[in-house]
Design a protein around this ligand. Structure first.
Ligand SMILES: Cc1ncc(COP(=O)(O)O)c(C=O)c1O
Length: 393
């Protein structure tokens, strides 16, 4: 089905679906490693791109393609490449688009391993990066060098919920001959479509909102133009970080309810964020839907909603943060986010523990910072859980 002219909710349900010989309502799981050729010539033609048809699941598979085509339609890109994890998508983008001597300007408060991959590993291959608060356009401009070939932003960022102006950074990157790559995991395509704002590549940890059920790890990249899409696919195939058909089936199943899950979770998040702001135990709350958020106006313009991620700083630092996490019952103390279940975590000792303390603090990830991913439980139950934990009841 040509989903181009469908609305977002219809695309979620129908885009990418494979029509098979049985009229299956859902794209089946093609759990096969390889696909038979009709003749030696057919095999040679498929490899040469002269005949259509699948070859080998690392290169492509109908179940994986159904998910990729759905995400490409949602992101309004020319193609998407699914990967075994979000980090697989990030590694694919770095390796496909950078070479020795290149420089990257990146959001300082990116997901910890994204930064570690660059600083510890890409640096060994002669790629350098500068980390700045990309929500400040002047800082991005100031960090650009003649050899800057990529601007890598995470918006909203993890865990500080900083919002970067995608349109403005895209224009700056284009003017300087650099590509803009956006990690849009915290927003999902329901809340933000970076390619339509000028980004070249958008990527997600589908482990989070896109799958939404905390039962799969996966990633995906979508590119604005066909040639970038081909570079990403080639690198994914060479690195062998493909998604598996069963994984793709589950992610595609979860994706269909993306909008209704987020609509519900963000209603709760807005209420919980306001409630947290009123609590004496809490120093400050970062939720992009609050007027107190520094980029609230930008988020209102750039995003279709404010999502369900809240960060807040406990008065009493590390000890108070850890006490809170040990006392909650309904919210699960676990890393990850974007699922139907509410999760709570402590970035300084968990997701961002690998980032050296000085860099962590410079990026604003303080010891008392708590990250809270709101699920789809009853709002009143979540607030009661937090109230008991804050009051030590
Ligand atoms: C913003 C962001 N990007 C990328 C990743 C990495 O994804 P994965 O864990 O699926 O490899 C994460 C994981 O938490 C994330 O939060």
């Amino acid at each position: 089905m040509d989903a181009k002219h469908l609305g977002f909710h219809s695309k979620l349900v129908h885009a990418g679906a494979l029509k098979d010989a049985f009229g299956s309502a859902v794209t089946p799981i093609y759990q096969t490693s390889t696909f038979g050729f009709e003749s030696a010539q057919d095999g040679a033609d498929r490899f040469a791109g002269k005949a259509s048809g699948y070859i080998y699941t690392r290169i492509g598979n109908p179940t994986i393609a159904a998910l990729e085509n759905c995400v490409a339609a949602l992101e309004e890109g020319s193609g998407a490449v699914a990967t075994s994890s979000g980090m697989g998508a990030i590694a694919t983008a770095y390796l496909a688009l950078l070479r020795q001597g290149d420089h990257v300007v990146s959001t300082a408060s990116v997901y910890g391993p994204t930064r570690t991959l660059m600083e510890k590993h890409l640096s060994r291959f002669g790629v350098a990066a500068t980390y700045v608060d990309t929500s400040d356009l002047a800082m991005v401009r100031g960090a650009m060098r003649p050899e800057t070939k990529m601007v890598y932003i995470e918006t909203p960022s993890n865990p500080l919920m900083q919002v970067t102006d995608i349109r403005a950074v895209a224009a700056l990157a284009r003017e300087r001959g650099a590509l803009l790559v956006v990690d849009s995991t915290f927003a999902s395509p329901f809340l933000q479509k970076p390619l339509t704002l000028g980004a070249d590549v958008v990527l997600h940890s589908v482990t989070k909102f896109i799958n939404g059920h905390a039962d799969v790890v996966g990633g995906i990249l979508a590119a604005r133009d066909e040639s970038l899409y081909r570079r990403l696919r080639e690198m994914m195939v060479m690195m062998g970080c493909n998604m598996d058909p069963h994984q793709a089936y589950l992610v595609h199943r979860g994706l269909k309810t993306l909008a209704i899950r987020i609509e519900r979770a963000q209603r709760s998040a807005a209420e919980i964020a306001r409630w947290l702001e009123s609590r004496p135990e809490v120093a400050w709350v970062r939720y992009i839907g609050l007027a107190s958020h520094p980029q609230h106006a930008l988020a209102r313009e750039q995003m279709a909603g404010f999502g369900s991620m809240i960060s807040f700083e406990m008065k009493g630092g590390m000890e108070a943060g850890r006490r809170l996490m040990d006392r909650v019952n309904l919210a699960m103390l676990a890393v990850s986010l974007g699922g139907v279940e509410t999760l709570i975590e402590h970035p300084a000792s968990m997701t961002h523990a690998g980032v050296p303390r000085a860099e962590r603090e410079a990026a604003g990830i303080t010891d008392g910072l708590v990250r809270y991913s709101v699920g789809i439980e009853d709002t009143a139950d979540l607030i009661e859980d937090l109230r008991r934990a804050l009051e030590g009841a």
